[in-house]
Design a protein around this ligand. Structure first.
Ligand SMILES: Cc1cc2nc3c(=O)[nH]c(=O)nc-3n(C[C@H](O)[C@H](O)[C@H](O)COP(=O)(O)O)c2cc1C
Length: 270
């Protein structure tokens, strides 16, 4: 993805949600790079995403948690099976690219005036705009609100490796030094809604089976599952670690699963 000079693990560990920006407008060359990169993103689900960069001031957009930038990027796609995972995959690819340029981002699904964003995106009836992100240059100090938010969701920590990743069956934790250990460490540090980290992975040979451990309250009445967006993010981190030399398939291996844990997809290292 054109960032060979940057170590992948470093990039992933350096990324954090940025909610306080320095007030400088996004430079035109950065805006152009971001849009051009976004347009080039393909997901393994072959579901296209339509992107727009939005000016909050001109379009009446706001997020109560974001200060110091007027620029947002948003994506929309047609409602269909796997739209959540495809969006998560694509948007996280853009988030990591933005990070490589030194730009701050925050995944936002909830804390925004959604109707105004959807209008600005010219959202059609059969489309969904899952999330947006501010774009800009991080301020040197976080706002008090941002600091409090991070504390509230323990944003600087993640669950233990041994509770997330397994060797051929859910009963057997995967050792950190196993094949794909580094890639899974990069999955571990992915962002997720309310930092819930719903991803669970069972490794079998060159296959990584991704499962969603569902928390209550993330599936809306129309069936949209925000935690499946997190699953797309996790899968992108895994793919990113392997230079995207992976193949996606949806073929449930039929393993015995813990409660509220559902199969999502398999990534096979090529
Ligand atoms: C799908 C998704 C939706 C999110 N929605 C919001 C949101 O509405 N407002 C917000 O402030 N942060 C939101 N976040 C950011 C998470 O709270 C954040 O990623 C998590 O706490 C981990 O912190 P980090 O990104 O700094 O590593 C969202 C993240 C994801 C992945």
């Amino acid at each position: 993805m054109g960032m060979n000079a940057v170590n992948g693990m470093e990039l992933i560990r350096r990324r954090r949600s940025v909610r306080t920006f320095d007030g400088n407008p996004l430079r035109p060359e950065d805006a152009e790079k971001i849009l051009r990169f976004a347009e080039s993103i393909r997901t393994p689900y072959d579901i296209p995403v339509t992107w727009r960069m939005l000016n909050a001031r001109e379009e009446g957009l706001s997020s109560p948690v974001i200060v110091g930038t007027d620029t947002f990027i948003a994506g929309k796609l047609r409602r269909q099976p796997h739209a959540e995972e495809a969006f998560g995959y694509a948007f996280e690819k853009l988030v990591l690219y933005a990070e490589s340029l030194g730009l701050g981002t925050t995944w936002i699904a909830g804390t925004m005036n959604r109707p105004a964003f959807e209008k600005a995106m010219r959202l059609e009836a059969d489309e969904v705009m899952p999330c947006v992100s501010p774009l800009g240059y991080p301020a040197s100090r976080m706002s008090l609100r941002e600091t409090m938010m991070r504390k509230g969701v323990h944003a600087d920590s993640r669950m233990d490796f041994s509770g997330l990743f397994f060797d051929r069956s859910f009963g057997r934790p995967l050792p950190g030094n196993a094949l794909f250990g580094d890639a899974l460490e990069m999955v571990r540090w992915a962002p997720s809604a309310v930092n819930r980290q719903p991803w669970r992975v069972v490794v079998d040979g060159r296959q990584a089976h991704f499962y969603e451990k569902r928390s209550k309250g993330y599936v809306s009445a129309d069936g949209w599952d925000l935690q499946k967006v997190d699953m797309g993010i996790a899968m992108y981190h895994f793919a990113f670690a392997l230079d995207e030399k992976v193949e996606l398939s949806v073929a449930d291996p039929g393993l015995e699963t813990p409660e509220e844990t559902v199969y999502i997809a398999t990534l096979t290292a090529l």
